[in-house]
Design a protein around this ligand. Structure first.
Ligand SMILES: *[C@@H]1O[C@H](CO)[C@@H](O)[C@H](O)[C@H]1NC(C)=O
Length: 951
């Protein structure tokens, strides 16, 4: 939940007013959130226009070790030196780090996001002269060119420039310095008489450049110039609304530009309520990355939302690349697309003056260092693999969490939970999880239950367990300041709270009233937090209770921009340095708690609202507090696609919309779309009318039931895709261009998408829609309507009529998808149910797919290789099931009850043959209008080798 904005003052007085106002305020209060102009460092940086860079590489400082090159850079305006480190990493990646050579104090370097020190490969100097150095990156004549003056980096492959850094001269590094008005005292004690001899070179209005570089000043020929960097407003203090930021370290921001020649399309940098393809930010604000609790967010603007992944992906028909800007401070990203006639004049071997598109991306962060990973692809799949090798892959969720989740703020009490649970049975609708929001707690004290409303939580959970269903309760990171609350007193006594700038425990206002914010950057704090999920600590919890972390940006109702003050402290680091990591750390500690409570056996499920690069390792995320509007339904697709591109596959949006009340039509359409998105949960604001699926009349109940049933039927496919995402880092939900990278017509499509490689979904997202136009990609491909088996050819824009029951989904010719067509109460009830194989033939009469089976909830698939992974392959009229993991060991009772071969001709007979068995005939039907052969009861085990032959 997000608080409303301008009522914070009132909240302090009358918390109840909050809820009323939450609901009456229309749209985001933009005034509550900074524009670039209002963010002092963004303003300073953006005033810097492309020009010749003042930085020069000092080639005589070059040092080459096996895998690393270091080189000093000097800013000729202020003589401050930077240290550049270049690494060639395994798998077509280059890492570029830039820090001050001798910072006054260490600058923050992001921790806990990379899964390991990325393995390096040797780099060699190809040539070197007074203009620069050429380094070999090994693959395909890829070279890294360091130009000395002005300093820039170019990555080239043969004659082609793939990417340039600082080609627009926007490298800007605000070095740490001492404050002018406090210099005399501080410097005298620090530097003594040495300082006295230096300071005379500064004019009265000049800054203290030499302080950061007092060593530099001693270097021959590096005289400190006067007046180069004037004091600008907001360098040492900044006020926004009623909040002041003390900025004890002064200006610390950094910036660097990247140019992608030949590129028109860039994607990524979630989270924004924006199209899949990122827009030009010329004339608007840059895209902002600063985790914030934004009340009723607006669509199509660059404002920051709840989470941040600083990864941008470029794509054209030849190549996909990525840039990962590893920085957790407030960050702004400018994107400029243009068409140039020439580029890279300094590269003699770049020929011609043909017109080339180019996209320029500029990153600006408030603190930290420049630490960039350049992922050179060349395919989309390579970029996903490269990024996964840095930050890890999607956690493999328990199967049940891929089912349907029923949530609202709030299910009132145990009776309510029971009634809703029964409602699903009465209306024959499957679901796996029912959710409890903040009202289930004893006064917003997380890890507790309201003694009146939820007096017997275990009894409630036990009843759900008997139906093989589960529950999620919310556990937020703001901790009620209350000496009688064990969680608070322990965190306090262990000194685990984040501090304010003066060193006292930071306190802010959130749901419980006055609240503390644990320092989740501290590993001891995280270990303690994890221990609180033990069954004997979290009273009333059981193994079918899972967790939801909300408000972990963190949300601070009375803080600047509804979050924590920048100068709040996490150990020796400011919130300024680590802000975007808070949500990731909360998610990490919570997931660890759920793993530990089972002794390391069970896979956890934790939903988080805030996130950062690497959050995929800890569970699911959702797109926060959306609204019951058609535009919000539409935007859920590009928002989840953008997250999938940067590693976070387990994404969903609140079905129905959180704020406001959906019409029956919108609700039905949202269920139909949500059933085909990775995380499928309905959720609603406290003040909205109830909206369980059966409250909109029998016709709509039937439509919603059908959408949810389609989800359950497809669970085997979803599960296999999540296994694949976990193993390989490939996204579950994919933009069309990922599978059709050479077809420019797909590059900007974001009203339809692929699930894995094989299912194309075009949900109906327009009110009153009578038809849709689906783009079916792929020259020579065929696509089958999954409901009618009608065959369509790619490439085409297919116009089809729709009714309220339509969910346009197409199976790609050449694929085999496993479903379970007997739908039951929950996914757990369906675990051993038989499979139906949908074999959709390509134009060449072939098809392939995979089937993955395990115990659906533990880590035994990993620890003991307890899983089945099969390849299904159809060719020359023979369907074969073969083992993709010969050393795995698991057996299943599940069998294949039906095989449906789509796009086939009538066989004269069909026989099956299990390994070491005799051939036996199988009954079949042939539908000549749809060209579908249906094999009945082939009597084959889902986990063994067999063949089916059509004659
Ligand atoms: C690296 O790039 C080359 C082509 O430039 C490609 O053939 C190879 O598959 C890539 N390797 C990885 C691990 O992405």
């Amino acid at each position: 939940m997000a608080p409303s904005s301008d009522r914070m003052g009132r909240v302090l007085v009358v918390p109840l007013v909050l809820l009323v106002l939450c609901f009456s305020v229309e749209g985001v209060d933009r005034g509550n959130f900074k524009t670039c102009e209002q963010s002092a460092f963004c303003k300073r940086q953006r005033e810097l226009k492309p020009s010749q860079s003042p930085y020069r590489a000092l080639l005589d400082t070059l040092e080459l070790s096996d895998s690393r090159i270091t080189l000093q850079l000097i800013n000729d305006n202020n003589k401050v030196r930077l240290l550049l480190e270049l690494y060639r990493l395994q798998g077509n990646m280059t890492r570029v780090k830039i820090n001050e050579l001798k910072p006054l104090r260490p600058r923050y370097e992001v921790r806990d996001v990379l899964i390991a020190d990325p393995p390096t490969k040797p780099m060699t100097v190809v040539s070197q002269d007074e203009n620069g150095v050429v380094l070999s990156l090994g693959e395909n004549e890829q070279r890294l060119i360091v130009s000395a003056q002005p300093f820039r980096l170019d990555i080239v492959e043969g004659p082609e420039v793939l990417l340039s850094l600082n080609s627009r001269g926007l490298l800007a590094f605000e070095h740490l310095r001492l404050r002018k008005d406090t210099i005399s005292q501080k410097i005298t004690s620090t530097f003594g008489s040495m300082w006295d001899s230096i300071k005379s070179v500064f004019s009265s209005k000049g800054d203290i450049e030499g302080a950061g570089g007092s060593d530099n000043a001693k270097n021959e020929g590096d005289k400190v110039e006067e007046g180069e960097e004037e004091e600008k407003p907001g360098m040492w203090e900044e006020t926004f609304k009623t909040h002041s930021d003390s900025k004890p370290n002064g200006p610390t921001s950094i910036s660097l530009d990247f140019s992608f020649p030949g590129v028109k399309h860039v994607y990524g940098i979630p989270e924004h309520a924006e199209t899949l393809r990122l827009k030009n930010t010329h004339g608007t604000d840059p895209y902002r990355l600063y985790n914030l609790d934004v009340f009723q967010y607006e669509l199509h603007n660059p404002m920051a939302l709840y989470g941040s992944v600083p990864v941008i992906i470029s794509h054209n028909a030849q190549r996909t690349m990525g840039v990962f800007w590893l920085n957790a401070a407030e960050t702004w990203v400018d994107i400029t697309s243009s068409t140039l006639t020439t580029f890279g004049k300094m590269l003699e071997f770049v020929q011609g003056s043909s017109e080339v598109p180019q996209t320029d991306v500029r990153w600006i962060s408030e603190s930290g260092i420049i630490d960039v990973f350049i992922m050179l692809g060349p395919t989309p799949s390579d970029v996903f693999t490269q990024y996964a090798s840095l930050t890890g892959t999607q956690a493999f969720p328990p199967l049940s969490t891929l089912g349907y989740h029923q949530s609202r703020w709030n299910y009132n009490d145990q009776e309510d939970v029971k009634a809703v649970d029964q409602g699903f049975d009465e209306h024959d609708i499957p679901y796996d999880f029912i959710w409890l929001d903040i009202e289930h707690t004893d006064g917003k004290r997380y890890f507790t239950w309201d003694p009146q409303k939820f007096p017997q939580p275990k009894e409630m959970l036990q009843k759900l367990m008997e139906k093989r269903r589960k529950m999620v309760t919310i556990v937020d990171p703001h901790i009620k300041v209350d000496s009688g609350y064990k969680i608070h007193s322990e965190i306090g006594s262990k000194n685990f709270y984040a501090k304010n700038k003066d060193g006292a425990d930071y306190e802010g206002w959130c749901w419980p009233g006055s609240a503390g914010y644990p320092d989740f950057t501290n590993p001891e704090m995280r270990a303690w937090w994890a221990s609180q999920f033990a069954y004997d600590q979290y009273k009333g919890s059981m193994e079918n209770l899972y967790t939801w972390n909300d408000m972990n940006e963190p949300s601070v109702f009375n803080g600047p921009e509804v979050t924590m003050h920048k100068d709040a402290l996490f150990g020796s680091w400011e919130n300024r340095d680590v802000h975007n990591l808070y949500g990731l750390y909360v998610h990490m500690a919570t997931a660890e708690g759920l793993i530990q409570r089972s002794g390391g056996t069970e896979r956890p499920f934790v939903l988080s609202r805030a996130f950062f690069a690497g959050s995929q390792r800890y569970g699911a995320i959702w797109t926060g507090d959306n609204a019951a509007e058609w535009g919000h339904l539409k935007i859920s697709i590009p928002m989840c696609l953008s997250l999938g591109l940067v590693g976070i596959s387990f994404c969903g949006a609140d079905v129905g919309g959180f704020f406001k009340h959906p019409s029956a039509e919108l609700l039905v359409r949202w269920y139909q779309a949500g059933a085909y998105q990775p995380f499928f949960r309905s959720h609603a604001h406290l003040d909205t009318p109830r909206r369980e699926p059966w409250l909109f009349g029998p016709e709509n109940t039937a439509l919603i039931r059908e959408a949810i049933r389609q989800r359950y039927a497809l669970l085997p496919y979803w599960y296999q895709l999540f296994y694949n995402a976990y193993r390989t880092g490939q996204p579950v939900m994919r933009p069309l261009w990922v599978e059709f990278p050479e077809e420019p017509a797909t590059f900007a499509i974001d009203n339809e998408y692929l699930i894995g490689k094989h299912l194309l979904v075009h949900p109906v997202t327009d009110e009153g829609a009578k038809s849709i136009t689906a783009h079916l990609p792929g020259k020579g491909e065929v696509w089958y309507d999954v409901h009618t088996f009608q065959k369509h050819k790619g490439t085409q824009n297919l116009h089809i009529p729709v009714t309220m029951s339509s969910i346009p989904v197409f199976q790609r010719g050449g694929s085999i998808i496993s479903r379970k067509d007997r739908i039951r109460r929950s996914s757990s009830c369906m675990e051993n149910d038989p499979y139906t194989l949908y074999v959709a033939l390509s134009a060449q009469g072939t098809a392939e797919g995979e089937l993955y089976i395990d115990d659906f909830h533990t880590f035994n698939f990993e620890k003991e290789k307890q899983f089945i992974h099969r390849r299904l392959y159809f060719s020359n009229n023979v369907l074969t099931s073969s083992n993709l993991a010969p050393d795995s060991k698991f057996t299943t009772a599940a069998w294949i009850e039906k095989i449906i071969i789509i796009g086939a001709t009538r066989p004269s007979s069909v026989s099956t043959k299990a390994k070491d068995g005799a051939a036996s005939a199988v009954e079949f039907d042939f539908d000549s209008t749809a060209s579908v052969v249906t094999l009945h009861k082939p009597d084959l085990n889902a986990g063994t080798d067999w063949t089916v032959t059509l004659q």
